[in-house]
Design a protein around this ligand. Structure first.
Ligand SMILES: Nc1nc2c(ncn2[C@@H]2O[C@H](COP(=O)(O)OP(=O)(O)O)[C@@H](O)[C@H]2O)c(=O)[nH]1
Ligand SMILES: [Mg+2]
Length: 358
C-alpha cells in the first residue's frame, strides 16, 4: 500500500495546498522544508555539490561579455561525430537497447519540465528520427498554450519500418506550472514514478491521485514504474524562469533520488539562443553561449552539467537533418545510460536480499 500524505505544497506557486487525508506508517513526509536525502548516494543527488555549484555559478561575472567577444570555442567541449554513419550507429544502439533486468522489456522515462519546454516536441522528434520523416505524434502545443498535455501518455519509440519497438518508452505528462494554478503536484509526480498512475490519467491539481483514483495501480510491478527522469528546460528561458522553479526542481530531485531513480536533463531550443547553432547544429558544442547556458541550467536544476545534454527539436522543419538526428539520438543514448543504472542498482539489491535470505 502506498497511500501517502498529500503534499504540503504544490508546484502552483502560491496555490492552496491540498489537505492530507490518509496516511500510513510508511508514508513519505512531504516537508516543504528541503531535507537532504538520507540513504541514496546517486551521483545526481549531491545536494552539497549542487549548492556549491550554485555559489560558484552565481558569482561568475562577465559570462555574457565573454560570449559576445568570443562566441565560438576553438575546440568543442564534447566530441560528437557528425556523420550519417554515427546516426546509423546511434539508431542501432537505441533500437537494440534492452533493460539489463529480465523482469522488464522497456525502460520507462518520464519527461518533466515547465509548459512549453519542449517535452512533447522531443518525443515527436525522436519518433521522427526513427520514422524517417518529421511527424508530430506527441501533440506538440504552441509556445503560448498553458499545458497542452494533461494526461499521462507513454510513447513507444518504434524502430525503423518493420522493426520491433525500441526498449525505450518516453512518458509525456502535464507541465510543471510556472505560476498558474494548473501545475502538477509533487505527490502526483511521485505517484507516477512509483507506478501507481494508470495510463491516460488526467491530472487535476484539486484531485490528487489516491487509491480511489480510477485505475489506480495498487501493486506496481517494475515495468509499471519510471526508471529514469529527464528534466526538460528551454534554453531561451533559463534566465527568466520564475525563481520558484528552481526550488521546485530541488524538491523534486530530492524526492525522486530517494526513490533511487536517476535523473538527467535536456536543454532544448538551443537554436533560439545561438544563431550559429540554429544554422548548423554541429556548432552546438563550440558555442560559448550554449556552454554558459548549460551551466546556468545546471544551477537552476541543482545538477552537474555532466548530466545535461543540449537538444534541438524539430519544430517548424519539414525535413530531417542528419546532425539534428545525431544530437537527438545522443540525448536518448544519454538517458538510457542512466535508466540502465536503475536496473543495475535494483538487480544488485535483489542479489543482496537473496544473499541475506540464504
Ligand atoms: N526553435 C525550437 N522550437 C522548439 C524546440 N522545442 C520545442 N519547440 C517549440 O516550443 C513550443 C512548445 O513545445 P512543446 O513540445 O509543446 O512543449 P511541452 O509543453 O514541454 O510539451 C512548440 O511551439 C515547439 O514547436 C526547439 O528545440 N527549437
Ligand atoms: Mg506537451
Amino acid at each position: 500500500m502506498h497511500e501517502e500524505s498529500k503534499p504540503a505544497f504544490s508546484f502552483n506557486f502560491g496555490a492552496a495546498a491540498p489537505t492530507p487525508t490518509t496516511t500510513t506508517a510508511t508514508a513519505l513526509q512531504f516537508n516543504p522544508v528541503v531535507t537532504v536525502p538520507k540513504s541514496v548516494s546517486l551521483p545526481t543527488t549531491s545536494t552539497s555539490t549542487a549548492r556549491k555549484e550554485h555559489r560558484a555559478l552565481f558569482t561568475v561575472s562577465g559570462m555574457e561579455a565573454s560570449s559576445t567577444v568570443r562566441p565560438k570555442l576553438e575546440s568543442p567541449w564534447r566530441d560528437v561525430e557528425w556523420t550519417a554513419e554515427q546516426r546509423t550507429n546511434l539508431m542501432k544502439t537505441v533500437s537494440s537497447y534492452r533493460p539489463s533486468s529480465g523482469e522488464v522489456t522497456q525502460a520507462q522515462v518520464l519527461l518533466l519540465g515547465p509548459v512549453g519546454a519542449g517535452k512533447s516536441s522531443f518525443i515527436s522528434s525522436v519518433q521522427s528520427v526513427f520514422s524517417g520523416r518529421v511527424t508530430n505524434r506527441a501533440m506538440v502545443g504552441s509556445s503560448s498554450s498553458s499545458s497542452f498535455t494533461k494526461k499521462l501518455q507513454p510513447f513507444n519509440i518504434l524502430g525503423q519500418k518493420g522493426e520491433d519497438p525500441t526498449g525505450v518508452v518516453l512518458c509525456d505528462i502535464m507541465g510543471l506550472s510556472d505560476g498558474e494554478m494548473t501545475g502538477l503536484t509533487l505527490h502526483d509526480v511521485l505517484s507516477v514514478i512509483k507506478g501507481h498512475v494508470p495510463v491516460g490519467h488526467k491530472f487535476s491539481p484539486d484531485q490528487p491521485v489516491t487509491a480511489e483514483t480510477e485505475g489506480y495501480v495498487r501493486r506496481p510491478t517494475l515495468q509499471d514504474k519510471i526508471h529514469c527522469v529527464a528534466f526538460v528546460v528551454d534554453a531561451s528561458k533559463v534566465l527568466t524562469y520564475p525563481k520558484g522553479l528552481s526550488s521546485t526542481f530541488q524538491q523534486l530531485r530530492e524526492h525522486i533520488s530517494d526513490l533511487g531513480v536517476h535523473q538527467v536533463a535536456l536543454l532544448t531550443q538551443v537554436d533560439k539562443i545561438c544563431s550559429e547553432t540554429a544554422k548548423d547544429v554541429t556548432h552546438v558544442y563550440k558555442s560559448r553561449i550554449v556552454q554558459d547556458m548549460m551551466s546556468k541550467a545546471g544551477a537552476l536544476l541543482g545538477m552537474s552539467t555532466s548530466y545535461i545534454v543540449p537538444v534541438r527539436n524539430y519544430s517548424s522543419e519539414l525535413n530531417l537533418d542528419v546532425n539534428t538526428d545525431v544530437l537527438l539520438l545522443s540525448a536518448v543514448d544519454h538517458i538510457l545510460q542512466y535508466a540502465d543504472l536503475y536496473f543495475q542498482d535494483n538487480t544488485a539489491q535483489d542479489m543482496e536480499s537473496v544473499k541475506f535470505k540464504n
